[in-house]
Design a protein around this ligand. Sequence first.
Ligand SMILES: C[C@H]1O[C@@H](n2cnc3c(O)ncnc32)[C@H](O)[C@@H]1O
Ligand SMILES: [Zn+2]
Length: 446
Amino acid sequence: METKYTLIENVNLITAIDSKDNIYWNDDLINEKNISVLIENDKIAEISSKISKSGIDKVIDGNDKLLMPSLINTHTHSPMNLFRGLADDLELDTWLNEYVWPVESGLNGDLCYLGAQIAIMEMIKSGTTCFSDMYFFMDYVAKAVEDGGLRAVLSNGMIDFSDEEKRKNEFKESENLIKKWNNKSDGRIKVFFGPHSPITASKELLTGVREKANKYDVGINIHMNETQKEIENILNQYNMRPFEYLNEIGFLDGDVLAAHCVWLSDNEIDIIKEKDIKVSYNPGSNMKLASGIAPISDLIEKNICVSLGSDGVASNNNLDLFEEMKLASLLQKVDTLNPKSLTAEQTIKMATINGARALGLENEIGSIEIGKKADMILVNTNSIAMSPSVNSLISHLVYSANGSTVDTTICNGDILMENKNLNVFNEEESLKNLNLATSKLKKVLN
Ligand SMILES: C[C@H]1O[C@@H](n2cnc3c(O)ncnc32)[C@H](O)[C@@H]1O
Ligand SMILES: [Zn+2]
């Protein structure tokens, strides 16, 4: 294979520098002007104030641009892009039982490909190049990721409601997904197990997942402590809170990515800390479903690895992690009545380097450092949202920008969007298909 060189010149660089000491909030966030970054195939080869242009295949002018690591969404359900605006202003239980699950019963692989395809375009346009996904027909989602050029950690959503036949099927699906897709598509795709939650997955399923996650050396993606109702349910069944129950059955380890973690007791926070559980904070979805506010400031104080997720667009209602960063920070400030809670710097680390750590990808992505994969975005600083640029650009990124401020998106060294033009998929055609698909699927609700 011929070597491909891409050079980004004269750019303002903002990136966390991975401190590699497992002190998750200790990384420096550097901000340097007039930097050039050389990409060799899929990796960052050089970062310097001047790099020669000779032999370069593609030069990107970084003037009026800011270069940063692309964002990492650690919790979503990409095919749910079929369901944006399908059921709003409801709490989780009603939303799932009366709307989402009935509509999901009509899904098939092609529809999940389409939903994931649209999610991928939405993510590329808003500066996200890696996402952790839990859904069904994941073989088709994997194909959409392969075709769309993004990086993803995919998990088959495992639900057995204590039914042995269903449990067997879920393990078959998940193991097939691992065998077919883990570490595939130039290493862009990884697979995790995805037990849906301690309510919908039996003890047998959960212990089986722990055993097989160790066997295959893959992580585990699970919804945890999202609503008070869910906690009451587990307390009634096991006389323990959800993290205490999972600890008791030997499920917890540093490879567990726990989405939501809204309602946590002090003892559960101690368990999360002791087991090095990775948390995905989903402020938009937690607000919209009126689930509550996750105690992120307490988790940060205890040096727990907190990353950022959107959840699916049926509960958010978009995949714009710039918007999510703002919600993440503001919600913590209002919860603690402390304006210093979740600062702009901490929020950027949450959406970049901590996202990488949460997915076990900290040696590959999450920061712009030599040897890491070239996953990065250019943000337009000559824009109203990023002005005045003589003030803090870090502040602008979190409190002012949104996904539309992203100009160029690069994943694994490939330019997936340049000057706002998508280089993958056919947006117009997909949106036409989306309307047809959704109108059929939602008929079940009438
Ligand atoms: C994979 C399944 O998970 C469902 N889902 C989507 N969002 C949430 C959430 O916030 N909590 C619990 N379950 C969720 C999705 O519809 C699939 O059925
Ligand atoms: Zn979810």
